[in-house]
Design a protein around this ligand. Structure first.
Ligand SMILES: [Zn+2]
Length: 151
């Protein structure tokens, strides 16, 4: 499972009752993207929740793809957001805190940790390939990224 399958909406029950409909707890599940983040119901949410929901929609659901919001862009952008927080030096617990403050989302720190570990390993593999291939610049760039993530 991708890390985006393990990102959940905080106050899920409360929001569902404000919207007067149900949607899955998982933030990136298709129905949640439709009902909570792009639906007409946003107006029914309390102010604080609405701000977070709109921020999320603006930051991750702002593409013009035909399949929007089921085009994969939201997931890709959210992964970039997680990696950016890591590059700023945040650990899994702090990352979970920040996504809660920013977007009213939560994840288990253990899941975030394995995601970060996997990302570093993926970069290591890419780095080796670039080196073998004689692509020194690409290898350097990947090495730099990996160091950022390794903290
Ligand atoms: Zn898209």
């Amino acid at each position: 499972m991708a890390i985006t399958d393990k990102i959940y909406v905080k106050n899920h029950r409360q929001l569902a009752s404000q919207l007067d409909t149900s949607f899955p707890k998982s933030a990136f599940s298709g129905a949640t993207l439709d009902v909570l983040f792009t639906g007409d119901g946003i107006a029914k949410l309390d102010d604080a929740s609405r701000d977070r929901v709109l921020d999320f929609a603006e930051d991750f659901l702002d593409c013009d793809c035909q399949g929007h919001p089921h085009c994969g862009c939201p997931e890709r952008k959210f992964i970039a957001y997680l990696l950016e927080l890591r590059a700023q030096g945040l650990g899994p617990d702090a990352i979970v805190d920040v996504m809660g403050d920013d977007y009213m989302l939560y994840a288990y720190p253990g899941d975030v940790l394995s995601f970060l570990d996997n990302s570093v390993r993926t970069l290591e593999a890419a780095e080796r390939l670039a080196d073998v291939d004689g692509q020194n610049e690409a290898g350097e760039e990947i090495r730099r990224k990996r160091r950022e993530l390794s903290g």
